[in-house]
Design a protein. Structure first.
Length: 81
């Protein structure tokens, strides 16, 4: 069992290391100037951060307790037709 867990961890680490190396190579070999690459990375980063912020806001809203004001109590029972 321990060997399986170490193998899985090594595979995950190798995947992320390969992804980082590929991203670095892509940045070095791109035909764009450094300024253009930095601007593009900044734009992508800003968009990703905004998406994360929206997801956090939605999660907080969904998790927060929903309370009603005293005047908004709903009574069970009688049916109005």
């Amino acid at each position: 069992m321990a060997d399986t867990r170490n193998t899985e961890t090594a595979a995950i680490f190798a995947f992320f290391a390969g992804a980082a190396l590929a991203a670095g190579a892509a940045l070095l070999l791109t035909p764009r100037t450094g300024r253009e690459v930095r601007e593009k990375l900044g734009d992508v980063t800003d968009e990703a951060l905004e998406k994360v912020r929206m997801a956090v806001r939605e999660a907080k809203y969904k998790v927060s307790p929903k309370t009603r004001e005293e005047g908004e109590k709903i009574e069970g029972g009688g049916c109005w037709i």
